[in-house]
Design a protein around this ligand. Structure first.
Ligand code: ZN
Ligand code: ZN
Length: 466
């Protein structure tokens, strides 16, 4: 009885047609009823949750290049074939494999106590017995950059940050630099080792791992992330003045070249000349949690959306779903995909790799000749609470190398407000996923696929985003 009353209320609240015409000069593009039906049905999707639940339960963590990631590929192939996808296969490649070892830290002076930290991916190692050294405190990456060359000889550098929760994830770009390249910079200034404040927005004692990058030829030094709580503790000790001595033991190591791979599946299109619509996420995860929000959710969302197109009339364009391998330690799967497939015509490429919370915005990079596609996306995504953003789309580690070849994009931006509370921590587990928000993601991706894969417009090359 409640539904008819709600419907009547909605009708009463609707503006009179004449008024609507006066107030809204640009007429929105009409929404195709097939697209609307697909979109609305996807709001009750359960497949994405089933996939991420299965992957995190039956495989768990999937560190790149390890046997766990190989088991995940086997799992993925079986699941994608069972769902009816075509051309399901693995495209293997070699990459350097890094595994975690012991990781402990202890303030020796002035106030002896243990700290919680984890090694950053690609970190070098201390001797098994650890090292003890004075800490040079830098509250930000900028402060570290201003330190004179050679001034860190014999010291452990600490690098702080001011990471804040943001809906668009912009704080990650601004503060993440402390993790991405801070350790390499400290090494060049002579540091023995580096500890950073986690790139995280929580107040828990869970450190956040994540990859750090070393320029070719540079020997990795030990590099770790303190939990945000422990980083603040270390800064408070520093505020009291005097030298801080830290004992640090980190024994991760590279095991040599190992196999990773991209898992590929397709919804075949009718028109091979119209270009491929490439979508996906990454299959590998860090080893601390079970890789639910990063990025089991991404492969689950994109696969569930593609499945809805697979079950309907054949789309114009082939939809290619890729579960990329080895994203976390350095984007190996995305580069390999572009190397193998870069010469094939792609209409657009986009990925889901920012958690499992709702999509709130979309941004495109499409040729002018396809601007009507953007108009239709805007109309069809609006009922999901998704508006068009001011920027140019075309983002992501996995699809980035393909986009760089001049391929267009439709980015569906997820709400990142709570993403960095658990990102790369032991708490990246299924429990963080809200099934309703996950289904909204599937609805957004289904809508995008229904419009882009079937667009009669030609979607040709674009100038890559700067
Ligand atoms: Zn990711
Ligand atoms: Zn990640």
């Amino acid at each position: 009885m409640i539904r008819p009353m709600l419907l009547a209320g909605a009708l009463l609240a609707a503006p009179a047609p004449a008024l609507a015409q006066r107030q809204a000069p640009p007429t929105p593009a009409p929404v195709d009823h097939v697209v609307a039906k697909l979109r609305d049905a996807a709001l009750t999707d359960t497949l994405a949750y089933d996939i991420v639940e299965g992957l995190t339960t039956e495989v768990g963590q999937r560190l790149a290049g390890t046997e766990a990631e190989a088991r995940a590929r086997t799992w993925a192939v079986a699941r994608l074939r069972a769902l009816g996808f075509r051309n399901v296969h693995v495209e293997p490649y070699q990459m350097p494999v890094w595994v975690r070892g012991e990781e402990t830290a202890e303030v020796i002076a002035p106030f002896p106590q243990r700290l919680k930290l984890v090694a950053l991916g690609n970190s070098g190692a201390t001797p098994a017995a650890g090292i003890t050294a004075e800490v040079a405190i830098f509250r930000s990456y900028g402060d570290l950059a201003n330190a004179p060359d050679g001034s860190l000889a014999g010291k452990i550098a600490y690098v702080g940050n001011a990471m804040q929760p943001t809906q668009d994830g912009s704080s990650y770009g601004a503060n993440g630099v402390g993790r991405f390249v801070g350790p390499a910079l400290a090494a060049r200034k002579g540091a023995l080792a580096v500890v950073i404040r986690s790139i995280g927005t929580d107040a828990h004692r869970n450190p956040h791992t994540g990859g750090t990058n070393w320029p070719a030829g540079q020997q990795p030094i030990p590099a770790a992330a303190l939990s945000v709580s422990d980083a603040k503790l270390l800064e408070r000790i520093a505020d009291r003045g005097g030298p801080i001595r830290l004992h640090l033991t980190l024994t991760p190591h590279f095991t040599g070249q190992g196999e990773s791979g991209n898992v590929v599946a397709e919804v075949p299109g009718r028109d091979p000349k119209a270009g491929i619509v490439l979508i996906g996420g990454h299959l590998d995860s860090w080893d601390l949690g079970t890789g639910a929000i990063d990025d089991g959710a991404g492969v689950a969302i994109t696969t569930a959306a593609a499945k809805r197109l697979l079950d309907g009339p054949r789309p114009r364009r082939t939809i290619r779903v890729v579960w990329f391998g080895a994203e976390e330690p350095g984007g190996f799967g995305g580069r390999e995909y572009a190397r193998v497939h870069g010469r094939e015509r792609h209409a657009t490429a986009q990925e889901s790799d920012f958690g499992a919370d709702r999509v709130w915005r979309f941004e495109v990079n499409l040729p002018d000749a396809a601007s009507s596609v953007t108009d239709r996306l805007q109309s069809a995504l609006a009922p999901l609470g998704i508006g068009k953003g001011p920027g140019v789309g075309g983002d992501g580690t996995d699809v980035g190398p393909t986009i760089a070849l001049g391929v267009g994009s439709v980015d569906l931006n997820q709400d990142g407000t709570r993403y960095f509370d658990t990102h790369h921590t032991p708490d990246d587990t299924l429990d963080r996923i809200d099934p309703a928000q996950l289904a909204q993601n599937v609805a957004a991706w289904t809508t995008m696929l229904a419009i882009v894969a079937n667009a009669p417009e030609e979607i040709g090359p674009v100038a890559p985003r700067k």
